[in-house]
Design a protein around this ligand. Structure first.
Ligand code: UGA
Length: 430
């Protein structure tokens, strides 16, 4: 099938590349000529394991890049909209890029076309697009579907290629059949719904996962008060298949471009509908509090951070990505700096993105350099290479063997045995 994807951000590029990998003929369109030029050369603007090789394999065979929407739409049967919906000051999603893309597609739709809205948008946005289409001279050619995306950064390609479910919201039989054909090359179940339900599934899923993390973090804080152990508590809870053990890791909380933005937008849209979303606002409050509590633990350990040198491992909001958006490092490092500490940092892939936003930190070229001579080591992102580091060597490089673990990666008993003063989240200090 000939498919056009508008927007070459995370979702657009992964969608286009993976659909091309599955055998569809896909043209990815972006208005930024520099982006398209570098994609044509096989350069991927984001760090995403597996994406580059798929793009290289499909490029020029089933995958094409263009700045011209007109030529990409020409023979397309389906046009995906995968443009940004950045948060506005009040937390609402900015829908202007989605509406602009829908209008441009409608202007060019001189043949039957299913327009698929993939960006995360508040429920009923699809209805707004349908109104826009109804008033358009090409309206009889256009039908709309909502197809939210559930991929995670760092595992986006395998998430897209092996989905748990595919959600399609549409009121059009033609769109339903066409979308069935698009996804017939996948083995996951397809859930067909109306448009607002599909749109809501995305917010409902992200907010629930964020809530799960915040619940674990709330329990972690309580564990600290009563001397219980969060690892045992979530193991005991998560072993109940009705609860499940995923997304229950306590620590410094969630970041990224999705959970913070989507929970905040969900608060705003449910308020607009007359609800009182305390459950969601408390999810946000707990998440903010965890970062603060962690930073305060470092401060209160030293009493005065002035003149201390702190080594920080991990800057990205999670492993396997260079993304720093809403990362805990962006709150914790400026706090340490504001308290007079010198902060040496290292991340395996996020250094270039971090340099402009954490300009007062000292950027090191590897773990050993970041650790050397420090009064304490702070772990903010659980990259595999940090999980596997040689603790004996780390201890010998530190000025004092003090370790603050924001991701609860290590076992307190083992760290104590290795001679560290080890401070983490929600665990008994042994
Ligand atoms: C999230 C969702 O998991 C995807 O399903 C969704 O498609 C995506 O948002 C989106 O809306 O586009 P992502 O933001 O890439 O994906 O990252 P996650 O792996 O979900 O992690 C989010 C944050 O939660 C990270 O900062 C991670 O460190 C944190 N986290 C995760 C915890 O603190 N504890 C956990 O147990 C799990």
């Amino acid at each position: 099938m000939k498919i056009c994807v508008v927007g070459t951000g995370y979702v657009g590029l992964v969608t286009g590349a993976c659909l091309a990998h599955k055998g569809h003929f896909v043209t990815c369109v972006d208005s930024d000529p520099k982006k398209i030029e570098s994609l044509e050369k096989g350069k991927i603007p984001i760090y995403e394991p597996g994406l580059e090789s798929i793009v290289k394999n499909c490029d020029g065979k089933t995958l094409f890049f263009s700045t011209s929407l007109a030529s990409a739409i020409k023979d397309a049967e389906v046009a995906f909209i995968a443009v940004g919906t950045p948060p506005q000051k009040n937390g609402d999603a900015d829908l202007s890029y989605v509406e602009q893309a829908a209008k441009q597609i409608a202007d060019l739709a001189d043949h039957s076309l299913v327009v698929v809205q993939k960006s995360t948008v508040p429920p009923k946005t699809g209805y707004r697009l349908q109104e826009l289409f109804k008033a358009h001279p090409n309206h009889s050619n256009l039908s709309l579907a909502s197809n939210p995306e559930f991929l995670r950064e760092g595992t986006a390609v395998s998430d897209f290629l092996n989905p748990d479910r595919i959600v399609i919201g549409t009121g059009s039989k033609a769109a339903q059949e066409k979308m069935h054909d698009v996804y017939s090359v996948f083995s996951a179940p397809i859930i067909f719904t109306d448009i607002p339900s599909a749109e809501l599934i995305k917010y409902a899923s992200n907010a629930f996962l964020a809530l799960k993390i915040s619940y674990a973090n709330f329990l972690a804080e309580y564990c600290e008060r009563i001397g219980a152990n969060i690892d045992d508590v979530v193991l005991g809870m998560g072993s109940d298949p009705r609860i499940g053990n995923r997304f229950l890791n306590a620590g410094i909380g969630y970041g990224g471009s999705c959970f913070p933005k989507d929970v905040s937008a969900f608060v705003s849209i449910t308020k607009e509908a007359g609800l009182n979303p305390v459950l969601l606002s408390e999810t946000e409050a707990i998440n903010k509090r965890q970062r603060k509590r962690f930073a305060e633990k470092i401060k209160s350990f030293f009493k005065d951070l002035n003149g201390k040198t702190i080594g920080v491992l991990g800057l990205a909001f999670k492993p396997e990505t260079d993304d720093l958006r809403e990362a805990p490092s962006l709150d914790i490092i400026p706090f340490l700096l504001s308290q007079g500490a010198k902060v040496k940092v290292f991340d395996p892939v996020a250094m270039d993105n971090a340099k402009p936003v954490l300009s007062k930190a000292v950027f090191c070229s590897n773990t050993d350099e970041a650790v050397s001579g420090c009064d304490a080591l702070v772990l903010l992102t659980e990259w595999n290479e940090f999980k596997k580091m040689d603790l004996k060597k780390i201890k010998s490089l530190l000025k004092q063997p003090v370790f603050f673990d924001g991701r609860n990666v290590f076992k307190p008993s083992e760290m104590n045995k290795a001679g560290f003063t080890y401070i983490s989240m929600g665990r008994k200090v042994e």
